[in-house]
Design a protein around this ligand. Structure first.
Ligand code: FES
Length: 316
């Protein structure tokens, strides 16, 4: 199952900061875009470059999709290509998917690091519209490197933390998150180092994993770069077909090479599109998308995870 693509046209493209572009997309035909909920993302497929995921940060009712894209020189080229788009350019996008939704809670604490503001901005808008109790902590290197500052500055529930600001306004997770509360849901999105910092402190404060909701923009591990990657066999439950997975290939690579119609999108362990059910075997989970509960239920990301046992049998 491959993603279904829709044609979109760039209707606005403007700099929010020196390295963040805000891009508005409209449908290229009369069909319109599907509605989405706060926390959703879309896949973007450019003629050049890989498939990339971007959170939708604009008001859902606008009929357009708004993305904010950080130009990352170290990326695989997707962000540069997005920055090079011009009004009128066309690109293909997937329908929105949401693996980072608002959950039912009396109180919501949102922690954004840099470009991680994008899904949390949509969440803050939704909570504001619903009269929800929330606070948004927005960390950035400086005010000039932070997107949407003017919009957020008028919201008293938004607390800025700028690295170059007064020490007293820097993020202090112990102070700004505080002790665990069962009525509170915590959302964290941003670069890996930021997320590891906030989540590490949250864990040290005693917050249970079920209260912590996260989305990463890049994988924290690489399936094929791990020195302990081992060869194993993957078996399809439907046909019994078996394929060898070399140390330098992913399960997904092997499935696709052998003509198996396996689902996928990002190939980095962050979107969840490749997740299938594990029937038997001992998995070595290396994705950044499944929760502990989902892993315990037998879910398995074929693009990034591997095996600790000689064979994995998948529900394919
Ligand atoms: S394809 Fe995105 S998590 Fe595997």
């Amino acid at each position: 199952m491959t993603p279904k693509w829709a044609e979109a046209v760039v209707v606005s493209h403007s700099p929010a900061t020196p390295d963040i572009a805000v891009i508005d997309l409209a449908p290229a035909d009369d069909a319109g875009f599907p509605a989405y909920t706060a926390g959703s993302h879309i896949d973007v497929l450019l003629d050049s470059g890989p498939v990339r995921q971007y959170s939708l940060c604009g008001p859902p009712e606008a009929g357009h999709y708004r993305l904010a894209v950080l130009n990352e020189p170290s990326s695989r080229g997707g962000s540069r290509a997005m920055h090079a788009l011009r009004v009128g350019d066309r690109l293909r996008i997937s329908a929105p998917r949401n693996r980072f939704p608002l959950v039912t809670a009396r109180r919501h604490l949102l922690f954004a690091g840099g470009i991680g503001i994008t899904p949390l901005l949509a969440m803050a808008r939704q909570l504001e519209a619903e009269g929800g109790e929330y606070a948004l902590h927005y960390c950035a290197r400086s005010r000039t490197r932070a997107a949407f500052v003017a919009e957020l500055a008028v919201n008293p529930r938004v607390i800025f933390h700028f690295d170059d600001g007064d020490p007293g306004q820097l993020l202090d997770v112990s102070r700004d998150l505080g002790d665990p509360r069962p009525d509170t849901a915590v959302y964290v999105c941003g670069p890996g180092g930021f997320m590891d910092h906030v989540l590490g402190k949250a864990e040290a404060l005693g917050w249970p994993p079920r209260s912590l909701h996260t989305e990463r923009f890049s994988s924290s591990t690489s399936a094929t770069a791990e020195p302990d990657s081992r060869i194993f066999t993957v078996r399809l439950a439907s046909t019994g077909a078996e394929y060898l997975v070399p140390a330098d290939s992913s399960v997904l690579d092997v499935l696709l090479e052998n003509g198996v119609d396996a689902p996928y999108s990002c190939g980095q362990g962050i979107c969840g599109e490749c997740v299938v059910r594990l029937v038997t075997g001992d998995p070595d989970h290396r994705d950044d998308v499944l929760t502990d509960d989902e892993r315990a239920e037998g879910q398995f990301a074929t693009c990034s995870s591997r095996a600790l046992s000689p064979t994995l049998e998948l529900d394919l």
